[in-house]
Design a protein around this ligand. Structure first.
Ligand SMILES: Nc1ncnc2c1ncn2[C@@H]1O[C@H](COP(=O)(O)OP(=O)(O)OP(=O)(O)O)[C@@H](O)[C@H]1O
Ligand SMILES: [Mg+2]
Length: 427
């Protein structure tokens, strides 16, 4: 027994403790005399540990509640209802996307409840195709606004293989990281939309072994790693890339990928395949007639992974995009509705603007039809609608503010077709 061991009074419990070793009174400051005995330290430690456990449970419950609330808010029919306010037609695409989003959240909930299981529910990455100006980008940007998880759109055509001039594929993840307000765990459950995905197809498409397009194939290979799920490393925005630059690491395992593009000309690949199939089963003669040529919309809905492969997307990528979502051409009636029905319809916007000048703006049905017809001639879907109206509206928007009188302005088909001035009535 060490008779020389000092006796120290614990500042907390006031017990006198013989300090045989430093562990009997682990905290002791001889200058101030402040001390904490081992018993007190143990008690405090348990107190903190219990509190931490409570805190972890609370956080877990909070996250689960947030996921449940979001799941209730984004049921497929509710997402479709929301999209219906902005996007005309394209019901099939709206359905496919709303189910994919809902499943993404369910997968997230499952992973949260069963952290020990790995990859139990497959990701439902989507590939969207459809003609130019039919609403692909618009659909996704409205979806992004409605969802409470980070969502970032990156133009695939701007991506290059590492080492080439342009943005590396990591940029897509970096965009998501910033969309998630730099919260890595939110980012790791977000959605990446790669627009203009057809632009990174191997140029030669079919039989491309000889004339392979190394640049684009390199980008696809790099994207494949991301789609498969790996840890992507990138530098912060504005930071130049050099070996010592600090990097941010994001695991893409749980990120949902949606890729989209016009895939111009894919209908020819589909038609060729269908013709071959029909010839094989004896209907070849029927298809060959020019009049029986299946329409674009019928063809595009029959897109298969093989068609995409022939278009120039590598099979490994296609394998990671199990859901094919197709959009249709917009006909005259659809364009007419796009002009007037969506919440942000061009006609509604002009009416709001002119109302501020005391003017009621009216488009005659024939005028709207004339706009739609012109847009169809331009073959750019709904994209040219705004431009066509803008041409007519410019003079009106210039002239109207000359007076403060209450007026009604009526746009007729002649205004659209021949540039005739609109009818202006004082009311
Ligand atoms: N179905 C639609 N309903 C409402 N607006 C639409 C629809 N399709 C297109 N638009 C409008 O037309 C414009 C162009 O559409 P968008 O950018 O979505 O075309 P896209 O399909 O992405 O074409 P691209 O393949 O050329 O990129 C947008 O301003 C969008 O609001
Ligand atoms: Mg687009």
């Amino acid at each position: 027994m060490d008779n020389n061991a000092p006796t120290i009074t614990c500042s907390f419990c006031k017990r006198k403790v013989v300090a045989r070793t430093q562990y009997d009174v682990p905290i002791y400051d001889p200058r101030s005399g402040f001390s904490l005995c081992a018993n007190c330290i143990r008690d405090i430690y348990h107190l903190i540990e219990d509190h931490q456990e409570d805190e972890n449970i609370r956080q877990h419950e909070e996250t689960e509640q947030a996921i449940n609330e979001e799941l209730a808010r984004i049921k497929p029919h509710l997402v479709k209802d929301y999209l219906d306010q902005y996007i005309i037609n394209q019901d099939h695409a709206k359905k496919v996307l709303s189910v994919a989003i809902y499943n993404h959240f369910k997968r997230m909930k499952y992973g949260f409840q069963h952290p020990e299981e790995d990859d139990d529910i497959d990701k439902s990455n989507v590939i969207i195709l459809g003609p130019s100006g039919c609403g692909k980008t618009a659909l996704l940007s409205h979806l992004a606004k409605m969802l409470d998880i980070p969502f970032a759109v990156t133009d695939a055509s701007s991506l290059t293989e590492a080492g080439f001039v342009g943005a590396d594929v990591e940029v897509a993840v970096r965009n998501l990281y910033y969309a998630a307000d730099k919260d890595i765990s939110r980012c790791e459950h977000g959605i990446i939309y790669l627009d203009e995905f057809d632009k990174i197809a191997r140029k030669s498409g079919e039989n491309n072994t000889i004339t392979a397009d190394p640049g684009h194939e390199g980008v696809q290979q790099a994207l494949l790693k991301m789609l498969e799920g790996n840890v992507v490393e990138f530098t912060a925005r504005g930071q130049r890339k050099h070996p010592e630059a600090p990097t941010i690491k994001v695991d893409t395992k749980n990120i949902l990928f949606i890729v989209g593009g016009a895939f111009v000309g894919i209908e020819k690949i589909i038609a060729k395949r269908l013709q071959k199939n029909d010839a094989n089963i004896g209907f070849g003669a029927k298809i060959e007639g020019q009049d029986d040529k299946p329409k674009f919309d019928e063809l595009i809905h029959q897109t298969t992974p093989e068609d995409l492969m022939k278009y120039g997307i590598i099979p490994e990528i296609i394998g990671r995009l199990p859901i094919i979502c197709t959009l249709e051409n917009l006909d005259e009636d659809a364009l007419l509705r796009i002009l007037t029905e969506p919440k942000n319809a061009p006609v509604k916007q002009y009416q709001k603007l002119l109302k501020m000048d005391n003017v009621e703006l009216e488009f005659q049905e024939e005028a709207l039809r004339a706009v739609a017809k012109k847009a169809i001639e331009r073959k750019t879907g709904a994209r040219s609608l705004k431009g066509i109206i803008e041409d007519t509206m410019l003079d009106i928007m210039f002239d109207i503010p000359h007076s403060d009188a209450k007026r009604r302005v009526i746009i007729t088909a002649e205004c659209i077709n021949d540039g005739a001035p609109p009818t202006v009535e004082t009311i």
